[in-house]
Design a protein around this ligand. Structure first.
Ligand SMILES: Nc1ncnc2c1ncn2[C@@H]1O[C@H](COP(=O)(O)OP(=O)(O)OP(=O)(O)O)[C@@H](O)[C@H]1O
Length: 206
């Protein structure tokens, strides 16, 4: 999967967030979307994912056969994790992962039990997620994205609420399960985008 931006811009009413971004994200590859607070990293990530429409320009997703993916089909190829993203907290972890991975395929060779084990949450697997700490909830959000077998992985501030051990776990998951995919990370924290060899500065497109 490759994603191309052609003169993409976004404004909210009279407020222009960014303009005229022409860029291609090529798979496999890891790309950081960088910039200060409010520069538009999260907005750009959502526009690239097809969750928000650009105000100008065009986003094109192309599959590995060179075929353009319809807007309605883009969802299937993307895993997404962002701070404002809702998870169904009434579910236990085991229920949530069962539900989520009935829509998105799990990475081949992994079972839900193994994912729970890798997350280090076996003892809490049957507790409702609303009883989890904020760091545990962040691990759930990361796991639903990283362990899904999609060609594209998009992460917004992936280490939000994680302690040092959690950050180490994030790096281990990325090193093992993100290689070979198209990875986009919106961040200000080098610990989050350590794996990105390409950097796109959103503030350069004001
Ligand atoms: N739905 C919206 N309606 C109006 N303005 C919005 C909306 N979403 C974002 N903005 C504005 O767009 C700008 C960019 O916001 P965005 O969250 O994309 O920045 P960011 O670079 O991700 O910031 P941070 O580093 O703080 O997470 C901000 O000024 C924000 O207020």
């Amino acid at each position: 999967m490759d994603i191309s931006l052609h003169q993409v811009g976004k404004r909210f009413q009279r407020h222009r967030v960014f303009k005229d971004i022409t860029y291609t994200f090529t798979s496999p590859g890891a790309y950081a979307l960088l910039g200060p607070n409010g520069s538009g990293k999260s907005t750009l990530l959502r526009v690239i994912a097809g969750m928000q429409q650009p105000s100008a320009g065009k986003v094109t997703h192309t599959d590995s056969n060179g075929k353009v993916v319809e807007a309605s089909g883009v969802f299937h190829s993307i895993s997404f994790c962002a701070p404002g993203q809702e998870i169904v907290e009434e579910f236990t972890l085991r229920e949530f992962l069962g539900f989520h991975f009935s829509f998105k395929p799990l990475i081949k060779g992994l079972s839900i039990e193994q994912v729970i084990d890798i997350m280090g949450l076996t003892a809490a697997a049957d507790k409702p997620i609303y009883d989890y700490s904020s760091g545990m909830k962040q691990r759930v959000k990361l796991a639903q994205a990283i362990f899904a077998d999609t060609p594209v992985l998009m992460l917004d501030e992936p280490c939000t609420n994680l302690d040092e051990r959690g950050v180490g776990q994030y790096r281990q998951w990325m090193d093992t399960y993100a290689a070979g995919r198209l990875v986009l990370i919106a961040s200000n924290d080098p610990r989050e985008y350590y794996c990105c060899t390409h950097h796109l500065r959103v503030e350069d497109h004001l």
